[in-house]
Design a protein around this ligand. Structure first.
Ligand code: TTP
Ligand code: MG
Ligand code: MG
Length: 352
């Protein structure tokens, strides 16, 4: 029986690559995609940058001021979220056209369960997909293949940029042993620091440590972490809907056309949605509301925030702004709040 193979794809310098595609004059010059308009750029944060800018040490989440300190010839490009989402949808559609289960993990990455195809066939599919993303969409990407989702993601990370990597069962130990523990999906800065204080810096060291010490410090999560360090990866690809979103709805106690009453419910729902997003390890950029009236007709509206957010206050503010225009004449019986355009918050996902 052939082995199970999981493919993990992540787009290279995604927002910046999208900008290069429509502005080829940017190619080869260091630039960042930032969160503020051109005139206000120094208040902005770097969302991403091309590899030319990375050579100067510029990184995602850095202030734009700091980025310009590192590279004075840097070019600033304000973000255009709608465009990146369109490109993301095209990529995801292409991935889904293969009809394997697909788990979209953020705007630019997905895990694909290739089933028991064997590595030869997995390699063929992966190379074809990479070629199509390049040729049909015009964007660079990196693909990693292994027998589990987390390992495939690690192979992808290790193969960047514009790369392709396969790590089979036999090769796993060598692939993992000298890597920093922080490279394990789910091991964030805090866990990494804690492990370091125990004298564990590499994945190989983590694999060898007495499990009792790990259980002592991390509980059962310590066992899972060590299993992955040993190359045991039975993480499943969980198919996601095409538009990844997190939402909550609730029927009002009484039908009403009072925006204050509706607003109270939106407040509760916004906080619940924010908590759920945090638990799942996502920030969000798009907020939507749904209003269902007495007569069961229903309207939905959505808007983009200026930045990725994790705050219930931001959801509430956007949801209220949208709901105001919808609550006036007709009585409302049910409302809903959802967030979309999700971004995985690196290393903060509560795995371990
Ligand atoms: P990533 O896949 O983490 O990064 P990247 O695609 O820019 O670069 P790489 O080649 O290393 O994969 O994130 C995807 C997009 O998400 C990125 O292009 C911009 C956005 N993003 C932010 O807005 N803020 C952030 O802090 C990060 C990490 C990403
Ligand atoms: Mg990427
Ligand atoms: Mg990514």
């Amino acid at each position: 029986m052939a082995e199970t193979a999981v493919l993990f794809i992540d787009m290279d310098y995604f927002f910046a690559a999208c900008e290069e595609l429509r502005r080829p004059e940017l190619k080869g010059r260091p630039f960042v995609v930032g969160t503020h308009p051109e005139k206000d750029r120094f208040r902005g944060v770097v969302q991403t940058c091309n590899y030319e800018a990375r050579k100067f040490g510029v990184r995602s989440a850095m202030s734009v001021t700091k980025a310009f300190e590192l590279c004075k010839d840097l070019i600033y490009v304000p973000d255009d979220w709608r465009y990146y989402e369109e490109m993301s949808a095209k990529v995801m559609q292409l991935i889904r056209s293969y009809s394997f289960p697909v788990e979209q993990d953020s705007v630019d990455e997905a895990a694909v369960d290739l089933g028991k195809t064997g590595y030869d066939e997995a390699k063929r599919i992966g190379e074809e997909l990479k070629g199509k993303v390049n040729a049909e969409i015009g964007l660079p990407c990196t693909i990693g293949i292994s027998y589990g989702k987390y390992l495939a993601k690690m192979v992808c990370d290790a193969s960047k940029p514009n790369g392709f990597g396969i790590v089979t069962e036999k090769e796993t130990e060598r692939f993992l042993k000298d890597k920093a523990v922080g490279k394990l999906p789910g091991v964030g800065e805090k866990t990494e620091a804690k492990l370091k204080s125990m004298g564990i810096t590499t994945i190989g060291e983590l694999a060898r440590v007495n499990p009792v010490t790990l259980i002592d410090k991390f509980g059962s999560a310590g066992v899972d972490m060590q299993q992955l360090a040993k190359g045991v990866d039975d993480s499943k690809v969980v198919s996601t809907e095409e538009t990844l979103s997190i939402g909550r709805q609730s029927t009002l106690y009484q039908n009403t056309d009072d925006i204050v009453v509706v607003g109270k419910k939106l407040r509760e729902l916004s906080d619940e949605v924010a908590r759920e997003a945090e638990r799942k390890g996502f920030r969000f950029k798009n907020v939507g509301v749904m209003v269902r009236y007495e007569d069961f007709t229903q309207i939905t509206r959505s808007a983009n925030l200026r930045h990725y957010s994790s705050s219930g206050d931001d959801i509430y503010a956007a949801a209220m702004a949208l709901a105001k225009g919808l609550v006036s004449e007709r009585k409302v019986r049910k409302v809903g709040v959802r967030v979309a355009s999700l971004l995985e918050t690196k290393g903060q996902k509560a795995l371990f």
